[in-house]
Write a protein that binds this ligand. Structure first.
Ligand code: PDD
Length: 286
């Protein structure tokens, strides 16, 4: 089946879905994006991602291109036209097309692109049951990683480093050796004392929507959480390490830079949180 993308008001086959060469997303990475999980053809964590999208746009002073309801319709229509039951939908909004000049153009309409793709859930479940490998690298990103921009080159390099080591994710660390986040995920540990920890979002990281959902689940379950950074060394000595994102839910890492984590198998906390997240995301999808 051929895939269909939404581009600035029309649905087109992927091969014909194009933006202008002077789109500022292409020339300056002057744009933002969101990724929603799709459960049974419906959007998971709709409000959380929509709220963060508006925040990212506001921070960069890119106009909000359409109402929440209109955007929801476009996302759902793209899912429908691509017959995605389980997968992801990707939205990108850039400042639009204008002759190349670093400063903002006047009166330019934002560009909006939406794509949807199926994900092999069995493959993700198998990886979660087995556990994945992680590596670490210095975080070389800019100072506004709270904004979900399409300027992802350091993240691309980090993910590529993981791939070249046969690993799934690369956790990045700051100049103090404290882990910031994964190349496309937030990072968590159950430390050697059994305390669940994830870095606070005052620091230079993305406030993951999956992370926020998990905070609610954790509070409901009465599990104690310490929102405090942890070092690469602490992660290597931890009982569990896992990462979270809309695309991967909760994914246990069973090794880091070749060092075995815990007993080398997914731990009970990650396993339980994954099940709880999947149940909630499916139940609340719209
Ligand atoms: N990435 N941190 C970074 C750097 C990310 O790129 C992402 C998401 C997350 C997790 O955020 P959320 O839980 O809202 O998905 C954290 C998406 C999935 C991506 O780039 O494909």
């Amino acid at each position: 089946m051929s895939r269909v993308a939404y581009v600035n008001g029309t649905y087109r086959p992927h091969g014909q879905a194009v933006v202008h060469i002077e789109d500022r997303g292409f020339q300056f990475a002057d744009g933002v994006y969101e990724v929603w999980g799709v459960f049974g053809g419906r959007l998971a964590d709709f409000d959380g991602h929509m709220t963060r999208l508006h925040r990212s746009l506001n921070e960069l002073r890119i106009p909000i291109p359409m109402t929440r309801e209109a955007l929801k319709q476009v996302l759902n229509e793209t899912i429908r036209r691509n017959r995605v039951q389980n997968g992801i939908v990707y939205l990108q909004v850039t400042r639009g097309t204008a002759p190349r000049d670093h400063a903002f153009p006047q009166d330019t309409a934002p560009s909006v692109v939406v794509t949807a793709k199926r994900v092999d859930t069995a493959k993700g479940e198998a990886m979660a049951a087995r556990g994945a490998a992680g590596v670490t690298q210095p975080d070389i990103r800019w100072g506004r990683c709270d904004i979900k921009t399409v300027g992802l080159l350091p993240n691309v390099l980090a993910k590529q480093a993981a791939r070249e080591s046969g690993a799934y994710e690369c956790l990045m660390y700051d100049e103090m050796g404290l882990i910031t986040e994964g190349s496309s995920t937030n990072a968590w540990i159950v430390d050697e004392n059994g305390k669940l920890r994830t870095r606070d979002t005052q620091a230079n990281i993305l406030k993951g929507v999956t992370r926020t959902q998990l905070l609610d689940i954790i509070a409901e379950e009465g599990v104690e959480l310490d929102e405090r950074p942890f070092s690469v060394e602490e992660a290597k000595k931890a009982r569990e390490v896992f990462v979270t994102a809309a695309s991967t839910f909760v994914m246990p890492l069973v090794s880091l830079d070749g060092v075995r984590i815990g007993d080398g198998k997914p731990g009970p906390v990650a396993t339980r949180l994954r099940a709880a997240y999947l149940e909630q995301a499916d139940r609340d999808a719209v």
